[in-house]
Design a protein around this ligand. Sequence first.
Ligand SMILES: CC(=O)N[C@H]1[C@@H](OP(=O)(O)O)O[C@H](CO)[C@@H](O)[C@@H]1O
Length: 852
Amino acid sequence: SSSFASQSWTSFLCYSRLRSASNSLLIGGGLLVDSDSRSLRKPILGTNGSTNSQQGGHQRGDTNGGQLRFLLAAAIGLEFDSTGSMSGGSRRKEWTTRASSSSFPIFHSSSGGAVAIDEAPDSTEFVEIGMIAETHGIHGELRVRSLTDFPVERFEMPGVRYIRRIVMGKVSMLRVELLKGREIPGKQSSWLVTLKGFETREEASELLGSTMLVSADERPPMDEEDVYIPDLIGMSVILQETKEEIGTIVDVHSSGANDLLRVCLASTINCSRDVQVWIPFVKEIVPLVDKETRRVEITPPAGLLELNVPKGGASKKEIRKQVLCFIPERKTKAMLAAVKKRLTALGQSHVLEGLNSGEESQREALTEQLLSINFSQFQHALDNVFGSSESKLRLIGELEPPPAVPRAKWEGFEDWLRDSKGHMPETSAAASNNNTARWWRGGLQLVATGKVGVVVLAGGQSTRLGSEAPPVKGMLQLELPHPKSLFQLQAERLLLVQELAAVVAAPGVKPQIPWLVLTSDATDVPTRAFFEENAYFGLNESQVWFVKQESLPCVSLEGGAILMESPWRVAIAPSGNGGLFAALCAQGFLEKLSNLGVLYVQVYSVDNALVRVADPVFFGFAQEHEADVGVKVIDKLSADEAVGIVCLERETSDNPSNEKQTSERVDLDNGEIQDAQDTGEGSNSLRYRVLEYSEAPSTLLTARNGGQLVYRSAHICVNLFSLAYLKKMADPGIKLDFHAAHKRIPCASKNLEHAIPVLADKPNGIKFEQFIFDTFKFCEPEKVALLEVDREEEFAPIKNKVGADSEETARNMVLALQNRHSSLSQENESGFCDGLNPMSLLKAYAFGGSVE
Ligand SMILES: CC(=O)N[C@H]1[C@@H](OP(=O)(O)O)O[C@H](CO)[C@@H](O)[C@@H]1O
């Protein structure tokens, strides 16, 4: 067993990356690196003795005997994660690390150690070495962004490589032959390669956006001290003194000096909340790493573990100082230098102007913000919206409406509880013959046994609701007639389901549904404060988990120039509801849900005042259909209703996925290499797809058949995912494309002369957004289950300040449903939910009410 205890802690300088946590961390030189899954990569290795801080350039070093290893670009070479946010960080890439100034070490598993924990079987066979970024010239050369510490071996030496592509949501791999490659001078970490059979620009362009891999068996042997970063993830963290297990490593990041371990603390430490802390990966703090038992022992300075604990404890500032002493200021300078280089290369140097003017605090604020931007994602977004991969957003197959969809019928729900005493019978004829009743029962069992979770998408800015609206949509109050916020309404529905599930749960068990609240830079602080002020609306504080999604810079409509709110602040916006997956994965929530035994997660948009939160019918329906993806739909009101339409896309024989095969094809669904003849040509593949109202062609939106809209299944943003599927979405090979949302973005004038942002009167810029439903295409269609629901019962969106889909229409719909209850049951208003017997609870839930 190798452990740190037996290693000599010399110097380090290692591959490193930074991916921040759900809370901010002050790092070197007083820079605040904010939240979520930003990532920086400094692809340099070097160990032994002096810290090597070669600036710029590309060095190749000797790996012998633990001597200096310069395998990639130098310290300045902060390379932003180019794999996109779906990865939990450094998973499955060919980066290595060793402990800082101290060397880091460990784990080189003989079975292909670059493999991160909890990956699909295919992931054990390949490691990523690069991303194919663009074509070069007319002879089929491709520019590859390196993701490996061994670029010469990977991109210059001829031999077999693999290309992973996603077409129509289907992941496939090509085995290709690399003929030659060369480094691009001055373009850091980029290589030009030539592949056999790809001799023209057109042929090569088929591979744009793909990932290049090698078989894991081919990973070069490493020094004992080195470790493939993915192997660190998932290790237990033990307090050396007490041997108490305090958490798990969920990611490894670089501060530019030392690597930082991001540790998700076990609930015993932080009492109730999900909390992550950064632990500098240095000998003083992490004296022991044991690869046999997959654990690290730590000796944290007093207060370090409380750094990100929201309440109480030592002053954050003080504790940060203790962390800072491990991270030399010059390193953050190096990081900033890399950011500058990156921005300049992107033609965005205007962003840097503020660094040379204004107060020190303003310059610092800009620096902090720049270091927090995930430039890899930003680049991906630019490519999607302005670049050659834009075609991915276009339709590549033929569309058809979905087949007939089952419907949830709540009429007669009183019969679901037949026992006059209000108890739910174990079985009931009525329940089994009635689909909805049966789903209800199945779903309630899932809730009762702790198998469900709920996510509310609440990271969006409420800009469409006007300037008087609260900063967070969930805080909007509806007069019902008493004022109630959307968050409160939703929390109360969740409580109702818990109460109902308690009736069927094992004696003494009080089911608790984890409620994950997706926030963003724009909404995180006010949302947390609102929950706190409202005592979590009667929920247990520990069941509410805040998950902060990433934001990206906004850009101008033409040319994609980054917009500035002032010379010292970049205009940023949350990355769309599709940012959920990256945030869940990177912040360890998938693991938490998995540990709890959760099987299904309902995901809905906060702006729906009638959403059935934690709907047992939906859970039961999904389970019965063995669905990985559940989608609630309603009939569209009119062709121009602002809703996405759910359809099926059929891959046709002349679309790009049926490309001529110049090489063997590996089908990742079963991992077998098949001959081209057996697959591809002529085969039809069908995938679910949602066309967003803002993007769908009008011919499609208005198409009618016998007077009826052809595409009428509206996506109401109430979906469901199996946990297994959410995990699949965390695969680094799966990247959601960015869409361009044309918005009015407050920003300073072009030459930045006004420090005060001005709101334009018409769209002046682009927010980059990933869409949650873009994950549907990765699912086999038979695993996608659509459920039609009643608009009056389940869909009252608040999108606009006035008119359709406004606060007023939503309020009226909620009241109408509640009144339907009163008139039906002849109960008076105050008796809406006058007791906690199951029947009244069920009635309350059915009519969109709550426990008063
Ligand atoms: C990316 C995304 O999820 N868009 C959803 C979402 O639209 P917004 O207008 O962005 O809120 O909610 C709509 C229902 O309220 C749904 O029809 C649409 O498809």
